[in-house]
Design a protein around this ligand. Structure first.
Ligand code: NAD
Length: 252
């Protein structure tokens, strides 16, 4: 039986945890040969191959992308997923933190894509998927810096899609709502009342629960030849948070 991604080669940044790890696993299950680029890829198990790099550092990205392309025999699919968070209003985050978050979340995509482009240009099924966020399209409290970074990812996705459409490289992004990953686990642990904070996050999503990392499977779909007609799109995986206006289940 052939699988949709048989013989395709995929590189996932931030692929050692959460959404990236779930995506790397799913791409592999669908037949792709998968490599992960991460600050710490030690959680990644064969047949996925891990490469250490900081998307904030151009030299380490160039090295890891070249090593991954060598190991895989090319790159057809690039998932730009590595990202970091920040809490606060515009009054709260120092300039250094603004520079670091924008550098990782936005320029990190630029560095990785720049290094992968020659390989993507050589592919017959080239696709890039960026992990964006609901924070790009909805105003969330205490997320000024993070939202600015993801707004930039959304615009960058559209610009990249336009630039590379004639080269046969599709570029899309997914906008997850709140996803139950180690990242959100760390946020909950840091809250004064983690159970109340989890209940508040659940309540913010019309489905009444957090999205699971495996449910951000839209990344694998957008990366696949099935989505050959789709480029320059942002696909929400947010439990209805962006589009629905429902009452809490208890008040219907
Ligand atoms: P996570 O913390 O579980 O995983 C992120 C991975 O990225 C980690 O393995 C980490 O080591 C890696 N990473 C971080 N900085 C890096 C760097 N400079 N270079 C290389 N690797 C780096 O987080 P997650 O929740 O799976 O988030 C993944 C992506 O999804 C991020 O871009 C995040 O903004 C986005 N996102 C998450 C949520 C959510 O609720 N969890 C919602 C919307 C969007």
């Amino acid at each position: 039986m052939t699988r949709e991604l048989d013989n395709l080669k995929a590189l996932v940044t931030g692929g050692a945890s959460g959404i990236g790890l779930a995506t790397a696993t799913l791409l592999g299950e669908q037949g792709a040969h998968v490599a992960v680029l991460d600050l710490d890829p030690s959680t990644v198990k064969a047949p996925i191959t891990g490469f250490t790099a900081d998307v904030g550092d151009a030299a380490s990205v160039r090295r890891a992308v070249a090593d991954a392309a060598d190991a895989l025999g090319g790159i057809d699919i690039l998932v730009n997923n590595a990202g970091i968070g920040a809490a606060g209003t515009v009054a709260d985050n120092p300039d250094e933190q603004w520079h670091r978050v924008l550098d990782v979340n936005v320029v990190g995509i630029v560095r990785t894509t720049r290094a992968a482009l020659p390989h993507l240009r050589a592919s017959q099924n080239a696709s890039i998927v960026n992990t964006c966020s609901i924070a790009a399209t909805a105003g969330l409290p205490q997320r000024a810096l993070y939202s600015a970074s993801k707004g930039a990812v959304l615009s960058l996705t559209l610009a990249m899609a336009a630039d590379h459409v004639h080269e046969g490289i599709r570029v899309n992004c997914v906008n997850p709502g709140t996803v139950d990953t180690p990242w959100v686990g760390r946020l909950l642990d840091a809250a004064e009342d983690p159970a109340a904070e989890r209940a508040a996050l659940n309540g913010r999503q019309p489905t009444g629960r957090l999205v699971l990392a495996e449910e951000v499977a839209a990344i694998a779909y957008l990366a696949s030849p099935s989505a050959a007609g789709t480029t320059g799109t942002a696909l929400a995986v947010d439990g209805g948070m962006a589009g629905l206006r429902v009452r809490p289940a208890a008040q219907i």
